[in-house]
Ligand binder design. Structure first.
Ligand code: ADP
Ligand code: MG
Length: 346
């Protein structure tokens, strides 16, 4: 995983900028009927089909947001797209197009960028979105990636962060804490590898959490599920930073309080066992870990029957009046104030 898989190494300078862009985008074809013009002109043309357009951008910097020593470029391309699609989904919208801009140094080969674009293509295929443009430029050292994602949603279905009401249920999709623990395992293996480069670690027992870190998914399936269940959340946000800071965002913007139940937080068994191995508190990890890209939402009590028992959605708390404040109710039934960095047990 850590070694450089690319034997062939064509310097970027061998291809002109146009040839490079053509080469990297040659396998992409447009799937969406809203894409009128994709890559190839001065700008793309999109027809929103009488829906509202959702637009979001994220920038990723080598050494700040990703480390290529354990992040294969194909995974990085996939993740760079997915984290943007997740933001579109968090508006209760369906992603439709992306643009990808890169600043790249001559440290990278054409083959390395091919791997990166293979990951972008996989994400575009899985999520049914079109790559409709971007920009290619040079950087002095590291790799800089900027992805913009576009989506559409009927105006009456948009869900903002600020709609939570007292008595609403606090609900999360999937399980959390895995991506952070996957990163802990990868960082530990990187240190081991530095000492003994011949050591090929067996990471199979960590497969779920490593995948959560290297290949996160946007919960587009949850947006489709909510539509099918006829549930429109009152507020929603995707979990990029950590459960507690996202809860605080929802509550502050909605001007409400919250009671979060420690024993309701959904954790994968692998997260629990690896937390024990690292001597970390799994609740702290769930609250402050981040990068899980699950959806956190509030729904009206009236909709409880529609989501009850659904394995993809877990009720983890209740919204209260702002004056009540924001608290974690621990397993020992004590109340602890929720803080953005999570909750540290003694
Ligand atoms: P301009 O000089 O007008 O910015 P470019 O040569 O940068 O034009 O881009 C030409 C076309 O290729 C445009 O459609 C642009 O969106 C697309 N493009 C450029 N770089 C990338 C990239 N890295 N990935 C995808 N499309 C790209
Ligand atoms: Mg350009």
């Amino acid at each position: 995983m850590i070694e450089d898989k690319n034997n062939a190494r064509t310097p970027l300078g061998e291809l002109g900028e146009f040839t490079l862009i053509n080469h990297l985008t040659r396998d992409f074809s447009n799937k969406r009927n809203t894409t009128i013009k994709g890559v190839g002109d001065d700008a793309a043309i999109i027809d929103p089909n009488n829906e509202q357009v959702v637009l979001t951008t994220d920038m990723l910097i080598e050494g700040v947001h990703f480390d290529l020593s354990y992040m294969p470029l194909k995974h990085l391309g996939y993740k760079a797209v997915v984290v943007n699609l997740s933001d579109v989904c968090a508006m209760n919208a369906i992603p439709t197009q992306v643009t990808v801009s890169i600043a790249v140094s001559n440290r990278f080969s054409v083959e390395a960028l091919e791997d990166f674009y293979a990951g972008i293509k996989t994400a575009c295929d899985i999520y049914d979105v079109d790559l409709v443009g971007g920009d290619t430029t040079s950087s002095v050292t590291g790799l800089v990636i900027s992805v913009t994602a576009i989506g559409t949603v009927k105006s009456e279905n948009i869900v903002y962060r600020n709609g939570a009401k007292p008595n609403d249920l606090l609900v999360v999709s999937g399980d959390i804490g895995g991506a952070y623990m996957g990163l802990q395992v990868l960082e530990r293996e990187k240190e081991v590898f530095k000492v003994n480069p011949n050591n090929q670690p067996d990471l199979s027992m960590y497969s779920y959490i490593i995948e959560r870190q290297l290949k996160p998914e946007a919960r587009k399936d949850i947006i489709e599920l909510l539509e099918k269940l006829e549930v429109k959340p009152t507020s929603m946000i995707d979990i990029s930073d950590g459960l507690s800071s996202e809860i605080i965002h929802l509550c502050k913007q909605s001007e409400v309080g919250v009671e979060l139940y420690e024993n309701k937080i959904p954790l994968d068994p692998q997260v629990i066992s690896v937390c024990e191995e690292f001597d970390l508190d799994s609740t702290t990890i769930a609250l402050s870990g981040g990068e899980d890209y699950e959806l956190l939402m509030t729904i009206s009590q009236q909709d409880y029957d529609k989501i009850k028992g659904n394995p993809n959605l877990t009720v983890i708390g209740f919204i209260s009046e702002a004056a009540v404040g924001m608290h974690l109710i621990t397993r020992a039934e004590t109340k602890v104030e929720l803080i953005a960095r999570g909750w540290k047990s003694f």
